[in-house]
Design a protein around this ligand. Structure first.
Ligand code: NAD
Length: 263
């Protein structure tokens, strides 16, 4: 199976690092014209340069916008009015106990994790519908099913992503526009590295080892018993946005190392 995305324009939100950057790199290597997005112009331009030096085949364009507000989402759409592939990847996660998580914490997670994806889907889906081809992916999480007790606000936002993706797939019924959610398990992105930095400083152990210990302790049902790599998540996303995945829509597809313990 040779995935060729030549001629398709893909926007990956929050793609200066982590899973988003890995997805952008995979799509670009498959020939897509990729738009990278981040909040800082400097970081976004730097990521675009990095991508160009790491085997990009299609064009690479940086688009700076903070997606935590309606204005920020509108600014991105003004820069990039049409895309064939939208990857709603931008997301935040912060472990805070329920009784310490005030409205601001809930609202921040809701705005970035859910509303950015809602706003961008509302902006780009009509164009895809008109062309009768398109792909939208929501980076949800296994935490949307297994609500993590240490960040209930995050789990709830990811459940919402799964629900919105399912609803939008139905809204696109009868077209060649598919909408799916992807559910990674613990994945060794820069965000997770930052979360484990204290533990690494304390123990001096390699990050992969600390991440595996974290997985065993906090996600005991993991079958692979380690964190995934960002590339493993990007591989699934690349398949789902390809023409080969034309009959997969409205699905929540796992790349969680078996964490979700259901059939
Ligand atoms: P990360 O923190 O490593 O990277 C997140 C990216 O989003 C960064 O480029 C950051 O700049 C960007 N971003 C954050 N807020 C933004 C905003 N307001 N506007 C624009 N960009 C913004 O994160 P990651 O671990 O790569 O996670 C990516 C996605 O995958 C998230 O939606 C996350 O919830 C989901 N996910 C991650 C894991 C994991 O273990 N890493 C597991 C399941 C799901």
């Amino acid at each position: 199976m040779q995935i060729d995305l030549t001629g398709k324009r893909a926007l990956v939100t929050g793609s200066t690092e982590g899973i988003g950057y890995a997805i952008a790199r995979q799509l670009s290597r498959a020939g897509a014209d990729v738009v990278l997005n981040g909040r800082s112009e400097e970081k976004t331009t730097k990521a675009a340069k990095r991508l160009e030096s790491e085997g990009a085949r299609g064009s690479v364009k940086p688009a700076t916008a903070d997606l935590s507000t309606a204005e920020g989402c509108a600014a991105l759409v003004a820069q990039i009015p049409q895309v064939d592939i939208l990857i709603n990847n931008a997301g935040i996660f912060q472990p805070i106990d329920f009784f310490d998580a005030d409205d601001e914490v809930w609202d921040r997670h809701w705005q970035v994790n859910v509303m950015s994806a809602v706003r961008l889907s509302r902006a780009y889906l009509p164009g895809m519908q008109k062309l009768n081809w398109g792909r939208v992916i929501f980076l949800a999480s296994e935490s949307g099913f297994n609500i993590p007790v240490e960040m209930i606000h995050y789990g709830v936002s990811k459940t919402a992503d799964i629900a919105v993706a399912r609803g939008l797939a139905k809204r696109m019924a009868g077209t060649n526009v598919t909408v799916n959610s992807v559910l990674p398990g613990p994945t060794l992105s820069e965000g997770v590295e930052a979360m484990l930095a204290d533990e690494q400083a304390k123990t001096g152990l390699p990050l992969e080892e600390i991440a595996a210990a974290f997985v065993k302790q906090h996600r005991g049902s993991s079958i692979i018993q380690r964190a995934s790599s960002v590339e493993e998540v990007a591989n699934l996303v690349t398949y789902l946005v390809s023409p080969f995945a034309s009959a997969t829509t409205g699905a929540s597809v796992r790349v969680d190392g078996g964490v979700i313990d259901t059939l």
